[in-house]
Design a protein around this ligand. Structure first.
Ligand code: ADP
Ligand code: NI
Length: 216
């Protein structure tokens, strides 16, 4: 692994994300980076590309840039070019950034590589478990959403249109996305960690609804 390049990338990302919202700040990147290094141990992959992909994957999330999905890849490209990184590596890292958050199931991933698999698993792990719960409610707060609203059923039976118009309370996000992630993991290590975090979320939801109904 190119340690100096990684150190410089860390400094660049910390600076770029210094005012980021809590769910997408440097500490999200650090957790994803650590998850990725952990998962990568069992995979035959290029560790520098995994590290760069993890560090740069949320450099400019389109949600916070007026839906523009080109800013993140462009920033990453310019930074890596300024560090004299070989073009082949830059292209791979940019492909990771562009393809990491494909929704899974709905359309084919345009690019695949083991390095993307690892970084995608690492990012998904940070959306589930205890951290995932914290991030979901943080994001809901940022959007000024209800925690829970019994009149908007937290289940998968609503149509997409109904959901969009309903402004889902945060608890619904677990059923829309977070509980689905464990079956979308790519790597063995990712699947195993996801299982544990999934079980933790199920316990949380059981307790949450019991408390909502005054049963515990
Ligand atoms: P990432 O940037 O890590 O790829 P997302 O941008 O999709 O993932 O989401 C970032 C975090 O915000 C995740 O933890 C996710 O669960 C949370 N989040 C995204 N959309 C919602 C939502 N509608 N309600 C609650 N949390 C959400
Ligand atoms: Ni992320």
């Amino acid at each position: 692994m190119d340690k100096i390049l990684i150190e410089k990338t860390i400094a660049f990302v910390k600076e770029k994300l210094k005012d980021a919202e809590g769910g997408h700040d440097w500490f999200h990147i650090e957790r994803v980076y650590n998850n990725a290094m952990n998962i990568a141990k069992d995979e035959n992959c290029n560790i520098t590309i995994v590290a760069l992909g993890a560090l740069l994957h949320d450099i400019a999330d389109s949600k916070f840039h007026g839906g523009d999905e080109t800013i993140g890849p462009k920033l990453a490209w310019e930074f890596l070019e300024s560090q004299n990184v070989p073009e082949e590596t830059i292209i791979h890292v940019v492909n990771i950034i562009e393809n990491i958050s494909f929704k899974g199931g709905n359309f084919e991933r345009k690019f695949s590589s083991i390095e993307l698999d690892v970084v995608q698993d690492a990012d998904r792990l940070d959306a589930i478990g205890a951290i995932g719960i914290a991030r979901a409610f943080n994001y809901g707060g940022f959007k000024n959403r209800a925690l829970y609203d019994p009149t908007i059923a937290p289940n998968m039976n609503m149509s997409k249109e109904e959901y969009k118009s309903a402004v889902s309370p945060t608890i619904n996000h677990f059923y829309e996305k977070l509980l689905l992630l464990k079956d979308r993991m790519n790597t063995q290590a990712g699947k195993q960690i996801a299982e544990e975090r999934h079980t933790y979320m199920e316990k949380f939801l059981e307790q949450f609804f019991a408390e909502c109904e005054g049963k515990r």
